[in-house]
Design a protein around this ligand. Structure first.
Ligand SMILES: [Zn+2]
Ligand SMILES: [Zn+2]
Length: 417
């Protein structure tokens, strides 16, 4: 028996209503914020992610699915969405459009070779939004507002929005020096990964999940205290903007996010339980990324949220799906003469825009009705010899048990009502 690869899940028909609900909600919201949809390939040249996400990040070092294709080019299944959208922005010359260019993706598959656990998969799916070409803090606020409204509209409660500023190339070097100076005396107490990070990526010392490393992060120097003047302005405007929109937030100085391209604003939204392991979504500003990928200096900010994680949290909070109240008719028939009429009736219903199928053939009426009861149908349509003679069909509304005879031609209207 074959099984789906570890950490990759089938999204079965019974789960799809959750996905549909989230996708519709996200698409409506993105539309309202004037974001336009983009879909990029699920794989890109490996160099794109090395240059953008960063060589010394967990994602690139340990988590990518990388392979040589048949021409020997190194390809990587995308571990995140931003780099590919920036690549597309550059490739298609979107800088000539009115800036910022606002783009979003839905149900975008991402791939990370991670330890599978609840709500965490090796193939997972995201809603992404990116606003490219505006340096103002108002756009950071907009992206956070979009994320916050998505969770709010879906009905999630008691979420925490954590924000931080990790500075820019002007002020970060001094901060990293301060961080190294602080950690230097503690290296012997830190985990192996952190000892590496100390040299390659000291920011990541702050978000090590190991309990033995965390106390040191608590007392570490804070990036928001060491910002240059322009970064400090931006940081203040971000917080003012969130207050104006009444979006509650907390400053979390250990929040750095696991990707190298972030500058200034980083943020995460967390559900009530479990803390940092179960982030619902997050993002930040990446003012240097597009230039790093070969474009002109172009400020940008974005957000990503994992759909599996979202569904898990909707279920945990006991949030019910909105009812899908679409009519669903199943046609049952008795006798050889009724069969072609039933076939035509089901087709007519579908052409009228309704969902309709025939009950399985070759079964007794009782067995057909049993199938209808289990199928999720809203209406059973029954054709026997009597109905055939009169040119009618018996329509049973399953929710109430009411049954009436309706001329065949009127059946679509009778069900749609
Ligand atoms: Zn550590
Ligand atoms: Zn700065």
């Amino acid at each position: 028996m074959y099984k789906a690869p570890r950490g990759a899940a089938d999204i079965l028909p019974g789960e799809q209503p959750w996905w549909r609900h989230i996708e519709r909600t996200a698409a409506d919201l993105c539309q309202r914020f004037a974001y336009r949809r983009i879909d990029t390939p699920i794989f890109e040249s490996s160099a794109l992610f090395h240059r953008s996400v960063g060589e010394a990040t967990d994602i690139v070092e340990k988590e990518t699915y990388t392979f040589d294709d048949r021409s020997g080019d190194s390809m990587t299944l995308r571990p995140e969405g931003t780099a590919a959208v920036c690549r597309a922005y550059l490739e298609h010359g979107m800088h000539v459009l009115p800036l910022p260019v606002r783009l979003y993706s839905l149900r975008a598959p991402m791939f990370r070779y991670d330890r599978p656990q609840a709500g965490r998969y090796r193939q997972f799916h995201q809603v992404n939004a990116e606003a490219i070409g505006d340096a103002g803090a108002a756009v950071d606020v907009e992206v956070i507002e979009l994320a916050w409204r998505l969770f709010e509209t879906l009905g999630l409660r008691n979420l925490s929005l954590l924000i931080n500023s990790i500075g820019d190339p002007a002020c970060r070097p001094a901060y990293l020096d301060a961080l190294r100076a602080y950690y230097q005396g503690h290296l012997a107490s830190l985990c192996g990964d952190c000892n590496k990070r100390y040299h390659t990526n000291p920011l990541r010392l702050l978000d090590c999940k190991k309990p033995t490393c965390q106390p040191f992060a608590q007392d570490a120097p804070r990036s928001a205290d060491m910002l240059c003047e322009p970064c400090r302005d931006h940081w203040r405007q971000l917080q003012d903007g969130l207050r104006i929109l009444s979006i509650p937030f907390a400053v979390e100085h250990r929040l750095v996010r696991g990707l190298d391209y972030y500058t200034r604003t980083v943020f995460e939204v967390q559900p009530p339980e479990e803390g940092g392991q179960s982030t619902l979504g997050g993002g930040g500003r990446y003012d240097g990324l597009i230039q790093q990928l070969g474009g002109n200096p172009t400020p940008a900010v974005g957000f990503a949220c994992g759909i599996e994680r979202l569904i898990l949290n909707l279920k945990r909070q006991g949030i019910a799906l909105p009812p899908e109240s679409e009519a669903f008719a199943v046609v049952a028939c008795m006798g050889d003469a009724a069969r072609p009429v039933a076939l035509k009736l089901a087709a007519d219903l579908r052409r009228a825009g309704l969902r309709a199928v025939l009950a399985p053939s070759g079964k007794s009426l009782k067995a057909q009705m049993r199938y209808i009861g289990a199928s999720g149908a809203t209406h059973a349509l029954i054709l026997g010899d009597d109905e055939l003679r009169q040119g009618v069909v018996a329509i049973k509304t399953l929710a109430t048990g009411d049954q009436r005879l309706v001329p065949l031609a009127d059946a679509p209207a009778a069900i749609a009502l």
